[in-house]
Structure formats: C-alpha cells, structure tokens
Design a protein around this ligand. Structure first.
Ligand code: COA
Length: 165
C-alpha cells in the first residue's frame, strides 16, 4: 500500500450538513471545480461566464435556503451538494484536488437518502458535460440536452432524472 492509499483509509470522507461558516469554502470549490475540471469540456469563454459569483450574500442565502451538505476530508471541505423541496439537485461540485475519491458519490447517496426520507419520487438535475457520465453511472437518465444562458454565453447541459424506488 502506498502513502496515498494509506491517507485515504485514515482520512475517510464524511458528509455533514452545511453551516453558514462554509460559505467561502463552497464558493472556492465551485469556482475551482469549473475552472480546473469542467474546463476540459467547455471553452474558456464559457468557463469565464459560468465561474463567477456576483453576489456573495445571495450565494450564502441560497446555500442556507435548502438542505445542503458538505463532503469533508480531514476537516477540510472538499465538495458540496443540495436538494430543493421538489427534488431538484442544484449543485454538485468537488474541489479539483479531491476528484475521484468518492466525494460526489457520497454526497449523491446522501441527497438520495434525503429525497427518500422526504417521500420524493425523483431527483432531477441539470448536469454539465463533465458530470453527465457521473450521474449516468448512478442511475440518472438524460431527459433532454439543453442550452442555458449564463452572462451572455450559451452553455450545454443535460436535464437528468433518477426515479427514487
Ligand atoms: C462530476 C464531479 C462532481 C464528480 O466528483 P468526484 O468526487 O470526482 O466523483 P467520485 O469520486 O464520487 O466519482 C468519480 C469516479 O471516481 C471513482 N472513484 C475513485 N476512488 C473512489 C472511491 N474511493 N470511492 C468511490 N469512487 C471512487 C468512482 O468510481 C467514479 O468513477 P465512475 O463515475 O466511473 O464510477 C466532479 O468531477 C466535478 O466537480 N466536476 C466539475 C464541476 C461540475 O461539472 N459539476 C457538476 C455541475 S452539474
């Protein structure tokens, strides 16, 4: 076992509810995940239009306005997701330094458990080109490929849903 494997086993990822003190960490994760990860699927102009937080107060209010969860490793926030009352999963972002170690998988399992507990029949999202394979491998189906406008740029994403058994 190499050192990386050891540190993963010693420092598992845990998911906990968001608290207002997490606001800046979620902004950092959001911006860096787009600029350093989603940027492989979107043009620089698209990334520039998407990776912006115009109003930090509004961002903070949104995060606190619905159940939001933080994935944490060794006390560091590494990802976040949420669930709106109608089953809409609005955010799923993982810090570039913590990709591929199961943070989003654990967040999604948490979101789905919360949806089940709330009696929802489905979870739906607008997945990026980058996140589409992640959601597909976890049982989400593409409803439609769509374009959305962000700050004057048109970006492609996919409306996806998963029926909750
Ligand atoms: C899409 C995204 C959220 C996935 O996050 P992630 O934390 O890397 O995802 P996970 O680690 O849970 O899963 C990714 C892969 O790592 C693998 N993996 C590696 N180590 C793992 C571990 N210890 N436990 C679980 N999965 C692991 C998984 O098998 C998975 O592969 P698969 O999809 O082929 O099954 C992330 O890439 C991201 O932030 N992208 C940029 C922003 C973005 O586009 N967000 C979505 C907006 S809708």
């Amino acid at each position: 076992m190499n050192g990386g494997d050891l540190s993963v086993s010693i420092c598992p990822i845990v998911v906990r509810p968001y608290v207002p003190a997490d606001c800046e960490a979620t902004i950092d994760i959001f911006l860096r995940a787009i600029r350093e990860v989603a940027s492989k699927d979107y043009s620089q102009a698209e990334v520039d239009a998407w990776a912006q937080v115009d109003d930090r107060e509004e961002w903070a209010q949104r995060r606190s306005s619905r159940p939001t969860w933080i994935a944490e490793r060794n006390g560091v926030a590494v990802g976040f997701s949420d669930l709106e009352p109608d089953g809409h999963l609005d955010m799923m972002f993982v810090h570039p330094d913590y990709q591929g170690i199961g943070a989003a998988s654990l967040l999604l399992a948490t979101v789905e458990a919360a949806a089940t507990a709330r009696g929802l029949s489905r979870v739906f999202t607008e997945a990026s080109l980058t996140a589409r394979p992640f959601f597909e491998r976890r049982g989400f189906a593409v409803l439609v490929r769509q374009t959305v406008e962000k700050r004057g740029r048109t970006l492609t994403n996919f409306r996806m849903e998963k029926i909750i058994p």
